[in-house]
Each structure stands twice: as C-alpha cells, then as structure tokens.
Design a protein around this ligand. Structure first.
Ligand SMILES: O=c1ccn([C@H]2C[C@H](O)[C@@H](COP(=O)(O)OP(=O)(O)OP(=O)(O)O)O2)c(=O)[nH]1
Ligand SMILES: [Mg+2]
Length: 159
C-alpha cells in the first residue's frame, strides 16, 4: 500500500493524561485517527456532553482537523458526534473536546481510554468574496431542496 506523506503536528499531553495513547490510525488505510476519552462519563439517553481528550495540538496553517463519529458506536449504541464534523481550527490551542450525544434508548458509559471519535486532518482553502451584480446561468438555476425528485423514475436522463 502506498501511503500519503504525513504532516507533523506538535501535540501536548495535558496533566493527568500522559498514559493515554495519542490519536492513532487503527489500520494502514484509515482516514481518521481514533481519539480516546480522557474521562469517565455516563451519558443518559438524549443527553450530550463535551468529553475531554487530554490533548492539545497546533495544526499547521492550511489544515484543519475534522472530528467525525465512529460508525460502530453510532450503529450499536446511538452515540454520535453532535456537531459532526467538528471543526478544529489551526489557531486553536485548547484541549480537544468531543461533543457526544446519546441518541439511543439506554444510558451509555464512556470509560477513560475508550475510542470515542475519529480525527481527520484535512487541507483548507479559504474563500475571498467577489461581489457582482449577476451570476452565470445554469440548468439548475434556483431549483433545489428535492427539485430533482427522490426516486430513480423521477430522474430525466441527460442526453
Ligand atoms: O468538536 C469540537 C469543536 C470545536 N472544538 C474547539 C476547537 C475549535 O477550533 C474551537 C471552536 O470551534 P467552533 O468554531 O466549532 O465553535 P464556535 O461555537 O464557533 O466557537 P468560537 O466562537 O470559539 O469559534 O473549539 C473542539 O475542541 N471540539
Ligand atoms: Mg467558530
């Protein structure tokens, strides 16, 4: 497998978290690094919480980190990242926190060291607004929000 280059990210282990593993790729081709909880927390059904990870880091300019749910937790327990994908800005120096919500029927116990989410390093492009008085015309125009239908039969093939 040919893996992409890695980008070094300075990371600080916060007091009391020296024993925890840093976010890590769990397979050779994983997009995201699994992030572990630094705390124990019981999340009642329907509740949300910002879970400490015990790390802070300095993302290089031109990148961000996205915090995404783990599908296993979502499917088995209804535990997901409420603000997915969470945005970690390159100028943030505070502790990484994972905002979890319990959409299941049962309370869910997060243990210290549990892998609760995944962090994806992603490039960022910045936009510059260019005010104009007209926009170019397209076939879609202003139609949206289901305008092309929902079933395969609704779709007009393009010839
Ligand atoms: O899941 C998350 C989302 C954000 N953050 C941290 C890093 C991020 O750079 C900062 C701000 O996040 P965001 O911009 O999403 O929140 P906001 O509500 O817009 O706060 P702010 O006004 O501080 O930007 O909070 C986390 O630790 N975890
Ligand atoms: Mg913000």
């Amino acid at each position: 497998m040919t893996l992409p280059d890695t980008i070094p990210i300075p990371v600080l282990r916060l007091p009391g978290s020296a024993d925890l593993p840093l976010p890590a790729y769990s397979t050779q081709g994983a997009s995201g690094m699994d992030v572990v909880s630094a705390q124990e927390h019981i999340l009642p059904a329907g509740d949300r919480a910002a879970i400490a990870t015990g790390i802070a880091f300095a993302i290089p300019e031109g990148y961000e980190v996205q915090i995404r749910p783990r599908s296993g937790l979502a499917l088995k327990h209804g535990i997901t990242v409420l603000n997915a994908p969470g945005t970690i800005d390159c100028d943030y120096r505070g502790e990484l926190k994972i905002i979890l919500v319990n959409l299941g029927q049962e309370p869910y116990k997060i243990r210290r060291g549990d892998r609760i989410a995944q962090a994806v390093l992603a490039p960022v492009r910045r936009a510059a607004w260019l005010p104009v008085t007209h926009l170019d015309e397209t076939a879609r125009g202003e139609a949206g929000f289901g305008s092309t239908g929902f079933g395969a039969a609704d779709v007009e093939p393009i010839r």
